[in-house]
Design a protein. Sequence first.
Length: 619
Amino acid sequence: MLEFPRWKYVLILLVTLVSALYAMPNIYPQDPSVQVTASRGASIDEALRGRITAALSEAGVAPKAVEIEEGDMLVRLPGLDEQTRAADALRPVLGEDYIVALNLASTVPDWLNSLGARPMLLGLDLQGGVHFVLQVDQQAALDKRVEAYADEIRSTLRENRVRYQSVERRPDNTILATLGSADDVDRAGGLLATAQPTLQRSSSGSLLTVRIPAAELDQISADAIEQNILTLRNRIDEIGVSEPVITRQGTDRVVVQLPGVQDTAEAKRMIGATATLEYRAVVDGDANDAVATGNVPPDARIYYRRELGIDGRPLPVLLSKRVITSGEQMVAARSTVDETGLPAVSVTLNNVGGQRMFDFTSVSVGKPMAVVYIERVPQLTVVDGEEVRSFRVSEEVISVANINGVFGKQFQTTGLEKTEADGLARLLRSGSLAAPMDFVEERIVGPSLGRENVIRGTTAVAFAFVFTLVFFGVYYRTFGVITTVALLLNLLIVAAVMSVFGATMSLPGFAGLALSIGMSVDANVLINERIREELRQGMPPRTAIAAGYDKASGTIFDSNMTALLAGVALFAFGTGPLKGFAVTMVIGILASVFTAVTVSRGLATLIYGGRRKLKGIAI
C-alpha cells in the first residue's frame, strides 16, 4: 500500500524551513568596506569616526556608512574602487595606532545573525579573499637559538661551579666565554663536550670560543620557516577560516591565502602577532641608579614596568638575563579571572617548562618574580618616496609579585587587561612563532575567472534547472515535477549545511556539487523507471508506486554509500581543492539520498495516496 507516516511529513517540513532559513543569508550581497581596528592603547570612539569622515571627505570618497561593529570601526563603501581609495587615505592619517584592513561587510539582517545564520564562504576563485606575503626574519631565529645556547652554557658552568666572568654572544653567531683561568677553560671544554657535543670549541688563554656548525645554522633557518607555517595553521584555525592556503615561497617568505574571510583585521592580528610572555627573576639592586649611571649588573637587564612613577615615567626594574620559562613551553592557555575577579591567563606548561618553574620556585619562595609581556609592532615609514617596513619590539613588565609557594606546570598570570588576556590566551594556544614575520604584501584577490564568468556560471546553473524541469516534466510528467522539487530541496539543504558549518565553496566544490546532483538525478530516474516497470507488469498504480520506491531504495543506498566512502577518503587524505570537492560531494550525497528516497515519496503519496479509484498515474 502507498502510505507515508505523518511524522515524516513533519520532518520534511522542518528540514525545508530550517534549510530555507539558514540558506537565506546567501542572497544578501556584501559591502566592500574598510575595517579599522585599534592597536594597544588606542580607542574606537566618536572622535575616531570624525577623523575618518574628514579624511574620506578630503580624499573625495563618499561612504555608505561609518559605524562601530563589535569594537571596530567599519566604513561601508559603494564599490571596490572606493574601498581601495579609502584604505589609501586612512592609513597615513591613522598611523600605527590602528590597523586598516580591507574587508567585505555582511548585509545580513540582525535577526538572522541572532539565529546563527551566516552566508557560506566562497573561495578565492569565486569571491576572492585576502592574500598575504610575509617575510620571515631568519636572523632573529638565529639570534634566539644562539642566545639559548649561551644561556645553557651559563647554566652548565654555574651548576658545575666553574668560575667565569662572562658568557656573551658575538655578532658572528659565536659565543665567547671568559673564564677564571686556563684550568677552568679545560674543565669547561670537557663539560660542554658532554652537554652540547654538536658545538665546536676552541680556546686561547682564559677565553673559550664556542661555534655553531654551519649545517646547524642552515637547519635553524629552515626549521624556522616550517615552524612558522605550522603555527600559522594553528592560528588561522583559531579564527575559524576554512581551507586556508599556506605555502612557502623562496627561502624566507610565506604566502597565506584566506578564501572568503570575513574579518581581515582579526586575521592580520593573529597571523602577524608575536606577543608572548617571559618569566624572569628580579635581580637585587637599585634600578633607578642603574638607569642613571649605566652600571648594570652583568647578569641583569633593565626593563620597565607598565605602572608609571610619580614623575609620569615608567618604573625601571632589574631582571635576570636568564628566562625561567616562556611562551614556547606553554601547551595550554585560557582567558579567565583570578580570585579577585580581575582578568588573568591560566597557563599550563610542558614538562620541561614545568620542571624549570618548579626548580626556580622551590628555592625562591618569598622572592619576587616578574612577568614580561613582549610584542613586536610593525612600522611603515616613507623614505625618499618609498615604503620602508621595519618593526620595534615592545617589552614591558606587567607584573612583579613575590612567590608565595612552590608551583610548576599550572598557574595564573595576572596584570593584563581583558582584551589583552583574551588575545594572549589565543596566541599561546596556537603556538609561538620561531621567528618574527613582517607583512610585505597584502591585497584582496578578486575572482580568478572574473565577475562576468561568475555571473555566467550562475546563469548556466539556472538554465540547467529550467532544462531539467522541462525535460523531466515532459518525459515523466507529474513525477518529473516531483523530481525537480526534490533537486531544488537538495540544493537548498547543501547551501544551508555549508553555511552553518562555515565550509568554503570553490570551483572544485562546484564540481563535487554537480556530481552529487547528478547522482540525485540518477536516483530519481531509477525510482521512476522501476515504477514504470511495475505498471507494465499490471500492478495497480498505488501498489506500483510503493513497490517502485521499495525496490529502488536498496540500490540507491548501496550506490550512494560507495560514493560517500570515496568522498570521506578524499576528505581524510586530501588537501586544499580535494577537500573542497569532498566536502560538497559528501553533503550533496547525504542530501540527495534524503530527497530522492524520502521527500519524493512523500510528495508522490501526497498526490496519489488519497485517491481511492486511481486508474492511472502521470509518469
